[in-house]
Design a protein around this ligand. Structure first.
Ligand code: AGP
Length: 613
């Protein structure tokens, strides 16, 4: 996850920025840089690797000034390198930009700028922002107006911070979606801007947060906030609690709520460094996989527990549909004792947020004993499931504190999608045009999730109606059947309401006997290949007087007349739909549990990582 720190004030910006970036290291990065307005104009220092290397560079070639911005980068477009590290300069060097997120339409914007004669120095999407601001500056717009006009052209979820030698009395910061927050720290005669609180708290506890589609003009003694359209927004700094845990929660009451909202940034980060959008290709260096090995794979056995198991079920559809590889999914507590028919041409793929789950580790050991290749998709860096695997994929979503897993569910779904595309590419079963289309769809995902998060108020209304229910059925088909399982698990584990996920087609084989006015049905019915079946399923449930809450795609006209409530999701490529359809279910479970006054982050009887059998 990229980190951003900016400073304007009487002190030397360089050490403040470098220390601020150090406090954001937990977010993970592969390169870093800073830009400071010195007596000789804007100076840049950028380096690959960890911050100590950047510090060494600064020690060799010191720079100081009262205005600067710094950045730690997870590569999304372009490999980790000095030239791709942020901040990025415009062509004349008058404008400096640091950026979080994915500019979804950067290829179009880059083509336009190249046609206007712009010379690019990097492979990043971020650099188009610097060039666009330069373009509007040259058309007599001032810096604020040039930035505003630029931001209105960008698509996707982004956070942007800009400084310029032309107007050295200000930092401009903007937030275009949920990709990355922007916090503004109010000091005495100085201001800080950062993507996260820890970079600010050592200087001040008076902090204001930007909402999506807002921009701030930050000067030493004054901050002005407007919408992207220029309408003034009241500036209301709050005092952030000193307690680091509370500070870490930021404006959220529970970690789970924060982590649900962090998914836009988490999905941006799990894509980071793995996708070449221009070539339409996927890279997983840590998997250490080549075409010969990919072609030798006979079968993939996915094994995991709980939420991670549900991700594996989605993975089966992705890997079989895209890569045409046979997949079997088994809960780890069964796999380890099932004497599975695993051999040396098979892969055992473990999925685990903590990487320390006893059953999952034991299942990996069973795979090892059978001679299989071990892969893992893990969030906790350095955990056993990462270390004992022959190859791994890091979820890259940062620490997940809430016991109920949310961002560590949607991230592996995208990782499995990317793995399927990579395997299909290496096994030669995917035409290039289809591969490029599947890769291009990835760019949409963070913002699609952001659109669902923006509808939270509608979901809270439904949560209020359901908060006293005693039982609930979740039903889905195909790639969204596991979404039903995951939605039910979320509700039961934090609200203690009995909830069950079921393949919708199984209802008539028993569960339909449960239906009555007291037993709501949550039906996953987005526009996917199983849509028509789900519509009739909803009608069957209604015929038994069960309240039905449907997850449906914007613009649907068949479901609203039948369902009692609809949780709307934006149109999404169906292979990626589970990433989006689970979000309303996460929020629904969260708000029901919160309304019931329960300990959402530490539900009774549960642990974040089950390290015992
Ligand atoms: C999910 O919300 C639960 N906390 C639980 O099912 C969890 O997914 C399971 O224990 C697996 O944990 P892991 O991903 O760390 O291996």
């Amino acid at each position: 996850m990229c980190g951003i720190v900016g400073y304007i004030g009487p002190r030397d910006a360089t050490p403040i920025i470098l220390n601020g970036l150090k406090r954001l290291e937990y977010r993970g990065y592969d390169s870093a840089g800073l830009a400071v307005l010195t007596a000789d104009g804007i100076q840049l220092r950028r380096e690959v690797g960890k911050l100590h290397r950047l510090q060494a560079l600064v020690n060799e070639a010191p720079l100081s000034g009262n205005l600067g911005i710094g950045h730690t980068r997870w590569a999304t477009h372009g490999e980790p390198s000095r030239r791709n590290a942020h901040p990025h300069l415009s062509e004349t060097g008058r404008v400096v930009v640091a950026h979080n997120g994915i500019v979804e339409n950067f290829l179009t914007l880059k083509e336009e700028l190249l046609a206007e004669g712009a010379a690019f120095r990097s492979d990043t999407d971020s650099e188009v922002i610097a060039h666009l601001i330069e373009r509007f500056l040259s058309r007599e717009a001032g810096l604020v107006e040039a930035v505003r006009q630029t931001l209105q052209l960008l698509e996707g979820s982004n956070a942007v911070v800009v400084i310029s030698a032309l107007e050295p009395d200000k930092i401009i910061a903007a937030r275009l979606g949920n990709a990355g927050g922007i916090a503004i720290g109010f000091g005495e005669g100085e201001m800080l801007v950062a993507s996260d609180l820890p970079a600010i708290l050592e200087h001040t506890r008076r902090v204001a947060f930007l909402e999506p589609r807002q921009m701030a003009i930050v000067q030493r003694d004054a901050v002005r906030i407007t919408t992207l359209e220029g309408d003034a927004v009241p500036v209301q700094p709050t005092i952030v609690p000193w307690d680091p845990v509370a500070a870490e929660k930021g404006a959220y009451r529970h970690f789970m709520h924060k982590e649900i909202h962090e998914q836009v940034r988490g999905l941006t980060d799990t894509i980071a460094g793995r996708v070449d959008f221009e070539a339409g290709r996927i890279y997983f260096d840590t998997l250490r996989l080549d075409a010969a090995q990919a072609r030798r794979i006979r079968k993939i056995f996915i094994t995991a527990c709980g939420t991670a198991y549900h991700a594996g079920l989605v993975g089966k559809t992705l890997l079989e549909r895209i890569a045409r590889v046979p997949v079997e999914v088994m809960v780890a507590s069964e796999f380890r004792y099932a004497d599975p028919l695993v051999g040396p041409d098979d892969v055992v793929l473990a999925i685990s947020q903590s990487g320390e789950t006893a059953d999952t580790l034991a299942a990996m050991e069973e795979g090892r004993r059978k001679g299989a290749t071990l892969w893992s998709i893990v969030n906790a860096i350095g955990s056993q499931a990462m270390r004992i695997a022959d190859g791994y994929i890091s979820m890259q979503v940062g620490p997940e504190i809430g016991v109920a897993s949310t961002k560590a569910y949607t991230a592996p779904l995208v990782d499995l999608y990317m793995l399927a595309v990579l395997l299909a590419d290496l096994r030669g079963v995917l035409p290039a045009a289809e591969r490029r289309r599947l890769v291009a769809d990835l760019r949409l995902v963070p913002d699609l999730v952001g659109q669902v998060l923006a509808r939270e108020e509608e979901i809270i209304v439904v949560a209020r109606h359901l908060k006293d229910i005693r039982s609930c059925l979740y039903i889905g088909r195909g790639i969204n059947m596991p979404t039903a399982y995951e939605g039910a698990l979320k509700l039961k584990e934090i609200s203690y309401i009995h909830a069950e996920g079921y393949p919708a087609g199984e209802m008539k084989h028993g569960p339909i006997a449960l239906l009555d006015e007291e037993t709501p049905v949550i039906a996953l019915a987005p526009r996917d290949p199983w849509y028509d079946k789900m519509v009739s399923q909803i009608e069957q449930a209604k015929a038994r007087n069960a309240p039905v809450i449907a997850v449906a795609t914007d613009g649907d006209t068949l479901i609203p007349p039948v369902a009692d409530a609809v949780l709307w999701v934006p149109p999404t490529p169906w292979l990626l739909s589970p990433v989006v359809t689970v979000v309303p279910l996460q929020l629904l479970a969260y708000h029901i549990a919160a309304l019931r006054g329960l300990d959402v982050d530490q539900p009774r009887n549960l642990a974040k990582s089950v390290t015992v059998e």
